[in-house]
Design a protein around this ligand. Sequence first.
Ligand SMILES: Nc1nc2c(c(=O)[nH]1)N[C@H]1C(S)=C(S)[C@@H](COP(=O)(O)O)O[C@H]1N2
Ligand SMILES: [Mo]
Length: 246
Amino acid sequence: MKRRLFIASSLSAALAGCGAIGSKLNDNQTVRSVLAGAENLNFRVIGTHGLVREYSSRDISRDFPINSFDTPSDRVYAQLVRKVFLPFRLIVDGMVERPQAFSLAQLYGLPQTAQVTRHDCVEGWSAIAQWSGVALRDMLALAKPLPGARYVVFHTFDIDGTGVPYYESLNLSQAAHPQALLALHQNGAPIPPDRGAPVRLKVPTQLGYKSAKWVRHIEVVASLAHLFGGKGGYWEDQSYEWYAGI
Ligand SMILES: Nc1nc2c(c(=O)[nH]1)N[C@H]1C(S)=C(S)[C@@H](COP(=O)(O)O)O[C@H]1N2
Ligand SMILES: [Mo]
């Protein structure tokens, strides 16, 4: 089982790319079907309940690459940075009983959890850091998803060069995973702008592209079909696997 898993993930790692430069490989039909095969395998073998390994602070990587499109530079985000995110509100809405709008101070006021975990980018690099913030499940417990809700969508401030926004999604059981985190700090310091300030997702059970940076709005939905390309994420809309388990 371990070996099959390894093969599934390393195939994705070898064939895909998620950096700003991107990869033409994804246009290839064979590559797409290999990735889809790996997704089915991962989903079957791992499920959503296992915990990934947590490391000690001695294991924290000295270099942790920054890997995304340019840090948002639009007027709204630039203004938030200038005002040290005082006007920032994290919106939680959609199919919830109690929609929320959290200021950063309110997010800091919620119970904080920390993890030292490894980030695995599909491009083939990994790095370990300590991340702390609010467990996603605690936040969802406040918003109370309604019956029929199935997915949690993360909208970000990040928009690519052609005007397409970066977004991601998890199903409700992935979102309830104890290690799924809305991170406010990395290695004890507030997440800096190029790392996704003020709040980013950290899902160490899944490939790096699931961990959306610059999250501004969390939307609970019944289906992903009506959002953007309908596949549940920016890279998924370009044929990356949606589940992306490690
Ligand atoms: N909004 C946004 N989130 C993003 C990305 C991005 O381009 N935009 N890149 C993803 C990818 S592919 C990786 S590997 C990680 C990189 O996080 P880091 O910059 O902290 O290393 O962020 C993920 N989240
Ligand atoms: Mo990545």
